[in-house]
Design a protein around this ligand. Structure first.
Ligand SMILES: [Zn+2]
Length: 478
C-alpha cells in the first residue's frame, strides 16, 4: 500500500520589539540572566499587564503579509500549566478568538509547481523563561526569566503540507516574510524562530486523517527535514506491521536523527483556558489596519515576480536573489551600475555566494560593495581580463579588500590581446605538435580545443580566448 503524509506546522516567531509584551523590560538577546525582569514578567501578586502596541502592529503586519483576515476583536486567554520557567503559572496567549485567521502562502514544490499552504490562524502570546541545566557545580538547574514575557506570534498552518521538503519550503517562505517585514530576526539556533509539526500518514486516496503525533525540537531547516523524514517512516512501518500510531508528543534528537516519545495523550496538559481578566479584548480598527497595510514593504514573492519581469531573469535566479532582502538590494544596486542583469545574476550566484559561504559570512558583511563588484564585471566585458581570470581577481578582492584594477596591475593579469605576441606563442605550439596539426588538417577540427588549451596554459590563462580562436583557425586552415 502507498502512504502519504499529512503535515501541519506551528511556528513561533519572536517579535523584534524593544520591550516585552506586557511590561517595559528590555528584550536584548544574551544579556546576563535575570537582568531583564520586573514584577510584571516575574508574576508578582498585584501587578497588571499592559499590551505592547508595537507587538500588535508587528503581528498585524505578518497577518496582512500572509493574507489573513484580521479580527476586529480578539481575546487574550490564560493557558494554565505549571513549569519552573513560567513564574505566573499561566501563559497569556490567545485561544478561541485569535488576532487573525484564514491566510495562506504559496510555495514551490519539487516539480516546480506552486502549492498554496493555508494558514489557520496567527495569534499573539508571551514566551516563557528558560531553564539552564547542569549549571553551578554541574548539578543545579537554574532559571533565567529574561525571556519570560517576550512577545511571540504563533503561526498555525493547515495540514496542507505533504512532504518534508514542502515543510522546509513553507518554513523558509515564512522566515523570508518575517525578515522582509523586519519583525523577527529569524534565528533558529537562538530560538527566535521555532517550529513544531503535527504529522500523520494515511493510505493514498484516503480522505480520513491518520492518528497524528506532534514533533518538537527542530531548530534548523535540516533538523525539520530529518525529523519529518524519520517520523513519517516510523509511522508507515508501524502501520505496515499491523500496529497503530499512538497519539503523543515526540522529541527530535539531532544526535540520532530519530524522534522519541516525550508524553502520551493521557499525560497531555489540560490547560483550562479562560479569558485573561486583566486585559480588555484587543480591538483593531479598520483604519489602523489600513495604516499598517500601506507601510508593508515589497514581499519576497512580489519581488521575485518583479525581478523576472523587470530584469528578464529565470525563476531560479529570481528566487535565489530575492531569498534575502539584502541580497536583492545588492543585486539591484549592481544593476543600476552595470546594465547586464543576467551577467550580474550569474556572477552573484556562482561566484559571490560561493565566496560568502567559503568565508562563512552573510551578504551584509561582504567586503565587496556593488561598485567594486560591477567594476570587475566591466573589466571582463571590455576584454581587459578573461572571465576565468576575473574569478581569480574576485577571490583576491575578497581576501585583500583591494579593487580589481589594482590587483590586475599588481599581478600582471591583463589579458593578452596583442596579435603578434599571441602569434609567436601559437606558432611555437603548432611547431611542437606537428601530429595534431596534421590530424586537424585531415578533418579532426575538434582539436582546436586542444590548441586553445595549450595557448591558455602557455599564457597562464591571460590570452584573449576569442582572439586565440580566431588566430589559430587562420593558421591551421591556411
Ligand atoms: Zn518585565
Amino acid at each position: 500500500m502507498e502512504y502519504e503524509a499529512v503535515i501541519g506546522l506551528e511556528v513561533h516567531a519572536q517579535l523584534l520589539t524593544r520591550s516585552k509584551l506586557f511590561c517595559g523590560c528590555a528584550t536584548v538577546f544574551g544579556s546576563p540572566p535575570n537582568t531583564q525582569v520586573c514584577p510584571v514578567c516575574l508574576g508578582m501578586p498585584g501587578v497588571l499587564p499592559v499590551i505592547n502596541e508595537k507587538a500588535v502592529e508587528y503581528a498585524i503586519k505578518m497577518a496582512l503579509a500572509t493574507e489573513c483576515r484580521i479580527n476586529e476583536r480578539s481575546v487574550f486567554a490564560r493557558k494554565n500549566y505549571f513549569y519552573p520557567d513560567l513564574p505566573k503559572g499561566y501563559q497569556i496567549s490567545q485561544y478561541d478568538e485569535p488576532l487573525a485567521e484564514g491566510g495562506h502562502i504559496d510555495i514551490e514544490t519539487a516539480d516546480g509547481k506552486t502549492k498554496r499552504i493555508g494558514i489557520t490562524r496567527i495569534h499573539i502570546e508571551e514566551d516563557a523563561g528558560k531553564l539552564l541545566h547542569g549549571e553551578g557545580d554541574g548539578e543545579a538547574s537554574l532559571v533565567d526569566f529574561n525571556r519570560a514575557g517576550m512577545p511571540l506570534i504563533e503561526i498555525v498552518s493547515e495540514p496542507h503540507i505533504s512532504t518534508p521538503e514542502e515543510a522546509v519550503s513553507y518554513l523558509k517562505a515564512l522566515r523570508d516574510i518575517l525578515l522582509y517585514l523586519e519583525i523577527c530576526d529569524g534565528n533558529m539556533q537562538e530560538g527566535s524562530l521555532r517550529c513544531d509539526a503535527n504529522v500523520s500518514v494515511r493510505p493514498v486516496g484516503s480522505k480520513e486523517f491518520g492518528t497524528k503525533t506532534e514533533v518538537k525540537n527542530m531548530n534548523s531547516f535540516k533538523f525539520l527535514k530529518d525529523a519529518l523524514t524519520y517520523e513519517i517512516g516510523r509511522q508507515i512501518s508501524l502501520l505496515e506491521s499491523g500496529e497503530r500510531v499512538v497519539q503523543e508528543t515526540r522529541l527530535f534528537e539531532p544526535s540520532t536523527g530519530k524522534t522519541r516519545s516525550m508524553r502520551s495523550k493521557e499525560e497531555a496538559h489540560d490547560y483550562r483556558y479562560f479569558p485573561e481578566p486583566d486585559l480588555l479584548p484587543l480591538v483593531v480598527e479598520q483604519e489602523e489596519i489600513e495604516a499598517i497595510m500601506v507601510m508593508l514593504p515589497e514581499l519576497p514573492a512580489q519581488k521575485k515576480e518583479r525581478f523576472m519581469k523587470e530584469y528578464g531573469l529565470p525563476s531560479y535566479d529570481a528566487g535565489i536573489l530575492t531569498s534575502s532582502k539584502r541580497l536583492a538590494d545588492f543585486y539591484e544596486e549592481c544593476v543600476r551600475l552595470f546594465e547586464e542583469p543576467k551577467t550580474i545574476s550569474n556572477w552573484i550566484m556562482s561566484e559571490l555566494l560561493r565566496l560568502l559561504k567559503e568565508h562563512n559570512i552573510s551578504i551584509e558583511e561582504t567586503p565587496i560593495g556593488a561598485d567594486r563588484f560591477t567594476a570587475l564585471l566591466k573589466l571582463v566585458r571590455e576584454g581587459k581580463i578573461s572571465g576565468k581570470i576575473g574569478k581569480e581577481v574576485l577571490e583576491e578582492m575578497f581576501a585583500t579588500g583591494k579593487d580589481a584594477q589594482t590587483i590586475i596591475e599588481e599581478k600582471g593579469l591583463s589579458q593578452i590581446s596583442d596579435e603578434s605576441e599571441l602569434l609567436t606563442i601559437i606558432d611555437k605550439i603548432l611547431e611542437e605538435n606537428p601530429e595534431n596539426v596534421e590530424r586537424y588538417r585531415a578533418g579532426k577540427t575538434k582539436l582546436i580545443g586542444f590548441f586553445v588549451g595549450e595557448v591558455m596554459k602557455a599564457t597562464r590563462g591571460k590570452a584573449n580566448p576569442q582572439l586565440v580562436n580566431k588566430l589559430l583557425k587562420e593558421r591551421l586552415d591556411k
